[in-house]
Ligand binder design. Sequence first.
Ligand code: ADP
Ligand code: ADP
Length: 232
Amino acid sequence: MIQIEKVSKVYRSRGREVTAVDGVDLTVREGEVFGVLGRSGAGKSTLLRCVNLLERPDSGRIAVDGRDLLSLDGRELRRARQGIGMIHQHFGLLSGRTVAGNVAFPLEVMGVPRSERAARVAELLELVGLDEHAAAYPAQLSGGQKQRVGIARALAGRPKVLLSDEATSALDPETTASILELLRDLNRRLGLTVLLITHEMEVVKRICDSAAIMRAGRVVESGPLRELLLRP
Ligand code: ADP
Ligand code: ADP
């Protein structure tokens, strides 16, 4: 579902060069939960941003659902972006809009007619267990509820792929467990492929089918979780 081949990204600032991602190869299969584990600065979020087209790699190839992302532009690029949802550590909700308004936002951007939006919003809120909080504002929600809004919003365009950038790092262990359970549930029910980055081994152990370990921009280990855990 996601193929990353020899991807590199170098940042240049004030005459200094940082190779954030250094020749990474990864394959995420359809329907799996794949974790990229590594310390801060390992290059995880740069890699994720390349998959989400927020960042352009200097070299390499990235394909999502058979589409070669780096060759797309204009309308095709927008459509490819729609097929990829993303959730973030700090949720990124619009504080002036209700829960329903936040989930409706991407639908408005996609041009979904008003008449269809309400039903789709209700469906998305039910999917994440927030149907009773549609009229609440983000400030009235717990961290876990905020992340549920983030997940509902990310799924608005019916993406096949969900990217998670440290989605549970700001949450306590119990809430983390419930969000990971929700992601696992969505993965099973919708056949959603999940690519997540984290600095916590616990997260990988809890829900990943496969994982890669990144260090200094490179993948140093990767494979099915069972095999990774057995390695010394
Ligand atoms: P991680 O997500 O694993 O913490 P990052 O991808 O954020 O790692 O960072 C990898 C390396 O790239 C780090 O050395 C970081 O300082 C550097 N880096 C990340 N973003 C930028 C940027 N916009 N400009 C310059 N350097 C960056
Ligand atoms: P905001 O005022 O934050 O912009 P809106 O009231 O415009 O939010 O609602 C955004 C979308 O969510 C609309 O499509 C609306 O039909 C839908 N919506 C609003 N309230 C609810 C609710 N209680 N349950 C389900 N959908 C709702």
